[in-house]
Design a binder for this molecule. Sequence first.
Ligand SMILES: [Zn+2]
Length: 297
Amino acid sequence: MEEWIIDKIAEKNKRSKEEIMNEIKKRRGQFPDLTEDAILRMLATENGIVPIKRDYKVSEINQKISHINIIAKIKRKFPARKVTVKGREARVMNFVIEDETGEIPVVTWNENYIDKLMNVKDGEGISIANAYAKENSFNGVVELNIGSNAAISVNSKTDTPEIKKADYKKINEMVDGEVALINGFIMRIFMEDLYLIRCSICKKKVNDICDVHGDKALSKTMKIRGILDDGLQSSSITFFDRQASELLGLSDKSETNEKLNDISFSMYQVDVTAKMNKFNGNNSLTARKVALKSYDI
Ligand SMILES: [Zn+2]
């Protein structure tokens, strides 16, 4: 678990760290399927804290942490190795990154990242989003793992100007009413109020039945609310109907609730086309299209 999040929640609620830890234990009892990390992020977003640290330093990665963003230099890269895992051939690549605070080994099994790293030279910069730190079971060393929910971008000097990135817009650049393509992580899905029910005669939002017209003209719209983070900023985002189905389709779980849980806590990387609505200084996005994206920043 990320200590700094616990500290922030404690500070905001004027409670002790132990009390926050007890709250996490209590919630784990209520949500046995969720990990401690997921519960911690749930508490953070409930308290208005964005549970993402955008600038980890190597020296801070000394424990199991699930979501690490870091910008560093590739100190030493090793050739990709072929290995056989459960009868299947796979590739694995190890390298070491460093910043002004130290160095840490990195490992990736992801074919796309290995291809991308193939032509990178020692000394070049790399930015990594949503990697996780874990102890290597053979040597006990904490290493950074770049899994399929992560993203990397390599600042190779030979790179031509970023034509591909120009298609993407950052949340903080969007103006009111603008529709743009955003690449980011689904950080959290809120489980309450999954349906928006209206009476089509009086056009009013109702709870389950209209006081005047009963259930004669009710229309039910699926509505999933969540938080999208593009690496620089978070915004609330709403998926209605078709976009809600697209979102649910990203998870291979079978039940709707399982899908929502999965999407809420796996930090899926997505491409979202969305419309920005600004109101009283708050950003809120309405999704028009959403698709999984798991190989690039
Ligand atoms: Zn009515």
